[in-house]
Design a protein around this ligand. Sequence first.
Ligand SMILES: [Zn+2]
Length: 278
Amino acid sequence: MVPTFGCNTLYPRGRLPRTVGAFDVAAHREALRTIREAGLDGCEFSHYEHLPPADQEKLRGVCACLGLRPWSAHSWEALPAEPAHVEGTLPGLFSSLEGAARLGVRVLVVHAASAAPQAYPQRAAALATCLGTLAPRAEAVGITIAVENCAHRQDLEFLAETLERLDLPAIGFNIDTGHAVLGGMTPDDAIRIMGKRLATTHLQDNFGQRDDHLPPGRGSIAWEPVRDALRQVGYTGMLMVEISDCPPEREPQPVLDTRAAADFLKTLFGVSLGRSPA
Ligand SMILES: [Zn+2]
């Protein structure tokens, strides 16, 4: 099976302004064209939640015109860690899911609020209620909810045990390679903990100090073990890159970064670039 590759939508006009709505349909159109022109197959929507429903539908059409597969969307609402927070969180998660369905993606990435290990029993109860409510809705629209690793190994092991116990087919994992390193793991270790529940990826690099979201290959992550672990757990979904809109230490360069990520990963996986190298 030939692997497919994607990148998240990067604001195309310099540093993303803080004003809500700056990343409008026109900016998305440019961002999606950048991804396509880098020779990639699909995309993740990182900034879709402020768009009205009609605009979310439009982006699905833009992808179709470009021949780009809408693969994933990133929710801005985190899964709750306390039972008392479930009710307040669900409307936002439903809204993320509805937006993701309008975009036509297969995966909705979510973060999970963390908790101290002594509060894990309550956290498990909150996740059981929340994910148990979300799963049938996700399944109905053909979307898998992918929980991202945002913390240390113990946190990920807790999430893996929780998902195993719940055993909901519409709930899986997203491996964020940069977060794995900052959480004291190698990304390949984290991938093996997620195992067959791995539903998507955030491939991004750093130097073990900050969450840089650099294109893969630009930091100190060892990528061959990452590739081997993805193969080992039988991951066949899109190899999605998540790089930063607003790198704190340098000017945003969406075209160059997207191309660098595309070329590095295709070379790593032994796939032809499909265009001249960056
Ligand atoms: Zn991520």
